[in-house]
Structures are given as C-alpha cells and as structure tokens.
Write a new protein. Structure first.
Length: 211
C-alpha cells in the first residue's frame, strides 16, 4: 500500500470519526444518524454472512435492522442506549474472539495470523511474542467496554460520543503503531508485512473460524 493510499485512508477515518461524533452528539435520534452509524456495521456483517453462508449472522443482521426500525418509529425511546450497546457488544465480541484462542493447547489468534502471512512455522520466541500481543488486545477491548460504560453512566453524552467515535479508533490505531514499533525493536528478524496482506490474513482466518 502506497503512502498516498495510507494517507487517504487515515484522512477518511478522521473525517468519518468527526462526522459520526457530530451526528451522535447533537442529532442522535435522527433517522439519518441511525442509518449512518448502524448502516456500515449492518452492511459489513451482512456481506460477511453472505460470503460465509452463515445463517446466524444474517439472522442477527435482520433482527438488528428490525429493532432499529422499531425504535425509530416509536419515538421517545432512548436511542443513545443502542449506541452504547453497539459499542460495547462489538468490543466484547472482539475480546472473546481473541481470548478464546488463549485457552490451554490452542494457538493464539495473532500467532495464527502471523503464520498465515509468513506461510511458515514461527520461531518459539516469536510465537510467545504473538501470544502476548493477543493477550494485550484482549485487555484493550475489555478496557474499551469498561470505559464506555463508565463514561455513559458518569459523563455527559457528548463526552461518550467523542470517546466512541474519535478516541476509540484513535486508540486502536495507536495500539497498532506502538505494537509495530515494539516488534521492530524486539524482533527485527520478524519480517514486516504490508497492510493488505495482514487484512487478507484476518479475513481468511475469520472465514475458517467464524464467531
């Protein structure tokens, strides 16, 4: 991926985060806000369900779409709770997806992805490192859930929406950058891979192990 493509992706993410925050903070119950914030998630899940022919995923997308339609048509319902639930559920699911691979005798998710990217067995030191990285991401996702619920219960709504739409993706990007720099320092022999190759490994791993 070229530097221009990376730059465009970063700018797009920043613009989308700021737009989402503005919509969620000052027009959370508007139809276009619900569509803008839940639409990409539903579309992505539905596409993944169709690709994998995973009936529970498709059924869940349909149920969520009907729930959103019902909430919006009723009016007077605290739609903010749906945003909080969405944020917490996504991160809880990610935490579970990573944590389940840390059970005794299993291969950690980051280890599996690294083996798929490099197409060869990893040295034991690298396997131990990728297992620790998997554990770190579990803690990150759990922390996002806890912080989300605390902010929703204790802080004004614009604070929570800023945390959800701006700080959460920024923290995830920072986590990738910090891990990359740490890996290059501690394991320079571990060949770096491009973003497209890493994303392909994630998709292939997900298709083999659907949640």
């Amino acid at each position: 991926m070229s530097r221009w493509a990376v730059g465009a992706a970063v700018l797009g993410l920043v613009a989308w985060s700021l737009l989402s925050w503005l919509l969620m903070a000052w027009a959370p119950d508007r139809a276009w806000t619900v569509l803008a914030l839940f639409g990409p998630l539903l579309a992505g899940l539905a596409a993944a369900g169709l690709q994998r022919r995973h009936a529970p995923t498709l059924a869940g997308c349909a149920a969520l779409a009907l729930l959103l339609l019902w909430v919006w048509q009723r009016g007077g319902v605290d739609v903010n709770r749906l945003y909080v639930l969405q944020h917490a559920a996504i991160h809880a699911l990610l935490a579970w997806s990573f944590a389940i691979t840390l059970r005794p005798g299993a291969t950690a998710l980051v280890t599996l992805m690294a083996e798929r990217v490099h197409s060869q067995p990893l040295p034991q030191a690298v396997r131990d490192y990728t297992r620790r990285v998997t554990r770190a991401w579990v803690l990150f996702f759990v922390a996002m859930v806890v912080l989300s619920l605390l902010l929703y219960g204790l802080a004004p709504w614009p604070w929570w929406s800023f945390f959800c739409t701006v700080l959460t993706p920024a923290a995830a990007v920072a986590g990738f950058v910090v891990e990359y720099l740490w890996r290059r320092w501690r394991h320079p022999e571990f060949e770096p891979v491009s973003v497209p190759r890493a994303l392909r490994a994630w998709r292939e791993q997900g298709s083999r192990h659907p949640v």
